[in-house]
Design a protein around this ligand. Sequence first.
Ligand code: FES
Length: 611
Amino acid sequence: TVLDTDPERTAHRQVRVPPGVTVFDAASWNGIAIDSTCGGHGTCHKCKVRVEGSTPITRHDVKTFTREQLDAGWRLACLVNATRDLTVDVPPLTTRPKAATVGVGRQVILRPAIQKRYVELDEPTLADQRTDLARLLEAIDDLEPTADLHVLRRLPSVLRQADFKVTAVVVDEALVDVEPGDTTKQQYAIAFDLGTTTVVATLLDVGTGTPVAVASMLNRQQPFGGDVITRISATMMDPEALGRLQAAACDTLATLAAQVCDEGGVDPAHVYEVAIAGNATMTALALGIDPEPLGVAPFIMSTAQPPDLLAADLGLALHPRARVTLFPALGAYVGGDIVAGMLATGMDRDKRTRLFIDVGTNCEIVVSDGDRILSTAAPAGPAFEGGAIRCGMRAADGAIEVVKLGEDVELGVIGDVEPKGLCGSGLVDAVAELVKVGLLDASGRYVADEVAKEVAPSLADRLTMLSNSKGAQERVFVLHRPTPDAEPGDCVVLSQRDVRELQFAKAAISTGWTLLLEELGLEHRDVQQVLLAGSFGSYLSAASAVRIGLVPKLPVLRIVAAGNVAGEGAKMALLSVRERAGAQALLEEVTYVELSDRTDFNDRFVDQLGF
Ligand code: FES
């Protein structure tokens, strides 16, 4: 459904939303504020918009507008469902709503699930014998929360100790606590990006939308293996491993939660919500669900939609009723981290043709033509993380991350220290530059010495032979010599085999997006924006990615480093219940395409190997 807002004005915008959402939610999802005090519940009668064409009239519309206004198309935005393309005139706001910029330039209008209300209640008398709960609920009747035993146990004493001046804490329409005095300024939540390698926590003030503290650490599951497959294998070989992996995940989350609260000077009891974005395997392991079916064909998840649970269930020492929301997954290899990434990049809110690539050992690819959205996963292997590369290493101090070849070799090294090895972005750069100067041919082979002397005379002597781990000789290009007379074996080199590894990885990825584009009847040049996500993708040189064919051949300005979009999506879910619903809607909107059973996959893969 296309929602066309206020076409006469300069603020005219065309946006895409899932069919059936209300105009109010659709506008909010796209950062377009509509007046409201009830948050879209149909009770404040403030969300006035003018909708072109015939639109059903509700009894609330009749109470709000005159006959002339109704005839002119005025309606309450939260009661109009966008089931067809609509043109909507949104009047300017009298007061600006609170909003935060999150993800790739997404404007999120704040509507957190956490709502706090400070109330000063009348004390009971013989003439006013309402129950404690009724007294409180009447004072916050616009929220209409339900109360459970936990709250009822605290309510009588808290009300009386605090002279009936209390703050009600409501999360997702459930009254989770009653706190003495005014604590409305203390409303926090934690967004987790639960990565296979690194876990990042952001403590958010959901009242203002501001991050208060951020912390990250290596996932404590590392000793079980560096990627999802080795961790799944660990559970298949040792019946105790699942419990230990779950404990390691929970330990990582709990450590980070304590750290961000400490750094932010926030009482953990004031953290009422947690959102976790992780791939399907990380999510299953954190919940103690057997991941084995994820690792073997036909790659089945236990559920696409993990259940909500309490933070205490994961061992997080936050508010005892703090809830955990886990992002849903589209498939075993397009998990909640990618759904969160789609939310953060607005993949379903844009009419442009966009390609989203999260580059890693498993590479997730999403293509949207502004109408349909397809996703798939491509097994790129460990090359981008330095695995299977002779001098490969993770992006840490000493890793070459930038390579420029001219008269000489210019290197950018993380931490500005002596180069020790090559990380993924350095690998892509090195290969792209070697192709550019002609030392690698289009098939990915190092050229013969005579050719090298002709095309790049000042670099030709860096091409040499070196024996590999099996004792066989292979050609290498010396990127860094620690001393002028160092032996090649003591240098940082790029071997012929390394180039092959990169070719396999990039061919897996480019086959993935080529086939998705074909499914949509599109060509490379139709792509208007490429979003490179993930810790590796964000550091990649756009020019090098284009040169080696990792992304379509487009002007580099169309290639955007999207950053840690999984964490940004988790933040959005905490800042707005509408964005959270948007993540759910993606499950319906996105079609997962399985590439491994396509008969043409291998032929296409081979086509994509060259430069
Ligand atoms: Fe309050 Fe529509 S937002 S009535």
